[in-house]
Design a protein around this ligand. Sequence first.
Ligand code: GLY
Length: 411
Amino acid sequence: MKILILGSGGREHAIGKKLLEDNQSIHLYFYPGNGGTSLIGKNIENHHTVLELGFFAKKNTIDITIVGSEIFLLEGVVDIFNNFGLKIIGPHYLAAKLEGNRIFAKSFMKKYGIRTPKYDIFYCYEKAINFLKKYTNSIAIKTNGIAAGKGVILAHNQNDARKALKNIMIKKKFGKSGNQIIIEEFLQGKEASIISLFNGKDIIPFLSAKDYKKIEENEKGLNTGGMGTIVPNPYMTNSVWIDFKKNILEPTLKGLIIEKLTFFGFLYFGLMITHNKVYLLEYNTRIGDPEAQTLFPLMKSNFLNIIQSSFQHKSISIDWEKLCSCCVVLSSKGYPEKYESGKIITGLNSLKEPFYIAGAKKEQEKWITSSGRVLNIVGIGKTLQEARKEAYDKAKKIQFENLYFRKDIGL
Ligand code: GLY
């Protein structure tokens, strides 16, 4: 069995480690991969377009491809692999628009009565500015395209809102993705990530997760790809799950089937839990990073069997450890803006599993930093407190110059 995993983060390392744990005889390939994935499989060298990846997979008789990063989805990798007759996990291009095109996603939510914050769409800067004059509450301004995860700006006053609109629509800070924007009601609450597997017939949710997106403690500062996660999310109580299933998951499934947007892949619901209701902020059409790094260590079921059952249209149930996990992301100081790489990392060779490499590589037997998010250190415990203690105890064993991490993951 040969499996190709597309992406270069800790998520892809976590998917690969989980597959190998369950099935020692598989061969893993990664594109582009990272220093961690090169130790458990083969990183495909050189730059490849998605078409070239299709040729690579065909020539090398890859059995299954798993898409980690959305970049490949938005380049139509699933459609190309399907045309080659190759098995691939991920949405085709039209369904990937649920993540890649926010106006498309919001229109889908509206059409199928999926509970989401109120919003308006603007194609013209003057109209958006006029709208602001009548609106005094906090808002979220979102670019239509995902702008590498940076195209959401929260504005709590008119000045900030005007500045954001100018940056997005006039100065084109996020390029073409800001040609159309969404102004959305700002909701106060707790965020949750529900990652699920969609087999074309059913949506099977994983355990709930909570992502810590901002660079600084107490959710302050710039947005990042994620500075840590915990599983399960303590705010996903039974009643929130029931509300989520009735008002978000079930109408989503109905809409996907009616619109012929079914696919075999992952669907990630980005939720906001307010004092009395749960709302859908966004869909992603992949597994979250670093959510994956906290979910896979708790998955008892054989992940490859789950994937194969889905391809055979069998019903799926996933078993989970009744434990908690906490992932702390160790990053290079300065991330998500400018930072230095090439720093020597110590403590990694004797670190207890689980942990995942994101931006580090091995050179002449030494680990060195190679990106903004460097390592994902995971603790597991009977309680969240135990899990976070283990994660932070392990994190203390790692050192490199300019190491930065948030101290409040799971607090
Ligand atoms: N952790 C958020 C994401 O993967 O988009």
